[in-house]
Design a protein around this ligand. Sequence first.
Ligand code: ADP
Ligand code: MG
Length: 698
Amino acid sequence: MMELSQRDITYCKNVGAKRADILRSELGVHTAMDMLRQYPYKYIDRSRFYRIAELDDEDTYVQIIGEVTEWHTIGIGKAQRLSATFFDGTHQCELVWFQGVKYVKLQRNVKYLLFGKPSCFNHVYNFVHPDLTPMSKVTPEMTQGLEPYYNTTDKMKRHGLNSKAMRAIIVDLLPDLKAGIPDTIGADVLQKYRLMSLTDALINVHFPKDALSMQNARARLKFEELFYVQLQILRQMKRREQYPGFAMPTVGSRFHALYKALPFDLTNAQKRVIHEIHDDLKSGHQMNRLLQGDVGSGKTLVALLCCLLAVDNGYQTCIMAPTEILAAQHYETLKAFLAPLGDAVHIALLTGSTTPKNRVPIHNGLMNGTIHILIGTHALLEDAVQWQNLGFVVIDEQHRFGVAQRAKLWTKNETPPHILVMTATPIPRTLAMTVYGDLHVSVIDELPPGRKPVQTIHYDIKRRAQVYSFMRKQIDAGRQIYVVYPLIKESEKMDLQDLENGFNELCEALPEYKISMVHGKMKAADKDLQMTRFASGETQILVATTVIEVGVNVPNATVMLIQNAERFGLSQLHQLRGRVGRGGDQSYCILLTNMELSGDTRKRMNIMVETNDGFRIAEADLQLRGPGDMQGTLQSGTPFELHIANLATDGRLVALTREAAKDILDQDPLLEDELNRIYKRQLDILRIQQSYNWSEIS
Ligand code: ADP
Ligand code: MG
């Protein structure tokens, strides 16, 4: 018998050349083993039989035993439909077929097993395209335990590869599976974490005896999936730790000069983090570090001080931001911080909108080493950008830069630069351990002193007048206000309309004040002008789309009014709120929503009102947004694909698998031990599968 992982899917029963082609292209199934790795997305309990009188839920599949008492066809050709009456001895329901009518063969006085999803119309239950099997053909297996359902694509369905066909292919592999297959996890780990063998898990994930064995099977498969993600991440991390990096031992004059010139003391958390980074910089190994800290915790300054550490050691540095506005803002902020140092530090700004003429001196300055700190967007990754000596890179607001983009930076120098990734929003632990699992983590868990927590209020639009009078009071006390409108990508025209209507409404409601407006469609120069007017205090209100989401710093602004707050996600709301509360005055965030809110939206608003803690908000966000979104984040930045584990709900497993993988690598970093051969082998298989994913994102 050929091993399941070696057996070409083409030669499995119920497959053949055509279907094999489709399975390969649609699902990436090449072998019998790949087929067994297609896990069901749901199960239906076939051990339960219903009576028609019992039906009350339209969403679940049910099975009923009865007879077909009457049927007739209506219409002709393609429009033909078949309608039948099904009787279970006491009540009746209707069956309907729109397609393949000529293939439906019905007989009177025959007991059938009806299986399908009921819907109710005019007090009569009906089933569209039900499964109808004569009882004489019903096997005990059909009505035993949980029946698996498989994801299929339209193309698969067109070729008869529906869930039932998938099941038939898999059923046929069971005897070979039951003979036992090599495990992918060592016996010691299986025992320690009380996991099923791979053989048992695959049998029970497809054809579970009961709910418990299904859950145990899934737990084992989730563990396996996450375990290999961790094994890869940690091995990569260990390997990288061996790479040579630029040694930057000196704490030099520029660093000291800025430190002394600061108008405030660093927080203890900032100092600790700078020490952690400096330890890496002087180690002689390349640094890959994630800097987490809530909005306003002072990450930018930490980044700048670390850049100066590198510059003092003779290296160039860059800070990469996700948007032009943010890059420009960083540039201005850093220039202001560096002003006391005069000519000692040269910084430059390079973005997509830097003109070709202005690029020339920047490119030259980078080549001859006269530019010390370059601030910019993705434009920094262009091939034309060549450095004399790039030694330290800061990536701000990481979530929009994937692992692949990070990797690209390495090609900028023979020795890879040190990399510091800063996130705008705290990241839930499970994500930090996967998406950023290859990075060492530093946390700024303290805000600069004297900050008053922003007070958050949720109002519905009925209370708009109240909001206006509150705004008036704040402006009259000398403060400034942000008013933010959501951006919906589908219709930028409509967004702009919303924004302009809002702007006009505000002008009418508060005619005595000056109002600036910025949005994504404006020319950079106009945007700058409006931003500058607001930052300088010339205008009191800034009306904007989410372009101001990240980075803007106007300490005199004390009110953040978010229009249609129901349209924003939690982390976005938290980011926006972080724009106020930066000065010494009490600040407010007003969430203005429609009156009718969904349960989830209400929860989001409540969490915002309850807490200012970015880490709590990140956790809540993960729970509410669920796995789909998070999986997207995972996949946009890494080659990992999760088929069964769920980062939102399997957090405990993420931690356990990281521990298990770490135990193994700590003892045997290169997996050379005979005992660990299975891991090495499985990693090789995964690497081949993932090379495909990598080519997609880089
Ligand atoms: P983040 O990028 O973490 O959201 P910023 O770096 O923008 O935060 O810092 C927010 C504000 O706090 C800035 O105005 C910054 O100058 C100021 N700041 C940073 N560190 C301190 C500190 N130790 N004491 C007082 N203010 C600080
Ligand atoms: Mg910042």
